[in-house]
Design a protein around this ligand. Sequence first.
Ligand code: 8Z2
Length: 306
Amino acid sequence: MLLTLFESHTHFFLSMFQKMILTKIISNTLSLHKKQLIEWLPAVRYFSSPTNPLVNVDVNDKSGIAVVTMNRKPVNGLSLELFEAMSKALDDLENNRIRGAILTSSCPTVFSAGLDLNELYQPDKKRFKAFWTTFQDVWLKLYGSSFPTAAAINGHAPAGGCFLAISCEYRVMCPDYKIGLNETRLGIIAPIFLRASMRNTVSNREAEKALTLGTLYSTEDALKIGLIDEIAIYKVKAIERCENFLAQFNNVSSIARSFTKRSLRQKDLEELENCREEDFNIFWSNLIEPSVQKQIGDYMQSLKKK
Ligand SMILES: CCCCCCCCC/C=C/C(=O)SCCNC(=O)CCNC(=O)[C@H](O)C(C)(C)COP(=O)(O)OP(=O)(O)OC[C@H]1O[C@@H](n2cnc3c(N)ncnc32)[C@H](O)[C@@H]1OP(=O)(O)O
């Protein structure tokens, strides 16, 4: 199966022996099972995803690039259902070996307002566990995807919204919006996987400052610290710029690219894989603190009064 896929996606001949050696070297290097190796082979077929009301996936047949649009009005609050839809969409993309994905929003001025505060306020433990586990799944799948990713940030991206964007490899943002990880301003502690994405995007020094202060940056300031890569005037332009970034990989071996990405991100992914339950427990015990609940409740009221 593995060898058949190699044959159909490489344009040069490799003897059976060479292929076995190559597979062994790659597999050993990253301690992967063959099943995972097969999943990282280059793009072979494209698909039109069945429409999901919360996440729309539109794959361009020519370029093989998928535009993944979050569609939970009014602000793409990240609820359990939205995370489930994203998790499913990421599985579909992985299984269909697309050439790249662009994450964006259908809300006119908001990329995502982060975690749905209704999930955090007076939570039911069973639902919350499912919510948090699916949140972890989405990060593992997005940050660790075999295909390259970019975010067209067409609106505000606070907290979890910023987190989704920095889990991608490239970010293009429209002007006059805010982006950042403002968790500490809500009295909540940034979880382990969020810190990993931030450190992978800006310098350790900037990550520490941004996370401890809970700073929300303007588009221009975000560019200055490297939190985003480019500014584009409209959403359409932002998507175009993301496509240009992803098109650069047409000249790069898919196998070499995906393995290199994976090896650079492996440590962060394993860190969460190895402590998912503990991550939930830390998060849960902090979240149900009366002072944290009060802060979240007050914050929700202040948003409604606006
Ligand atoms: C270790 C322990 C723990 C650890 C916890 C670890 C957390 C992990 C990391 C992630 C944490 C988070 O994401 S916490 C979420 C943090 N999010 C934020 O702080 C963003 C809050 N929202 C905003 O700042 C603004 O809404 C913004 C996005 C800029 C858009 O402004 P607008 O003027 O366009 O819109 P608004 O009028 O404010 O909002 C429209 C409606 O949407 C609602 N709304 C806005 N944001 C919402 C949200 N996140 N969840 C639910 N509902 C929201 C408003 O109340 C309004 O409701 P109605 O009045 O009824 O219409």
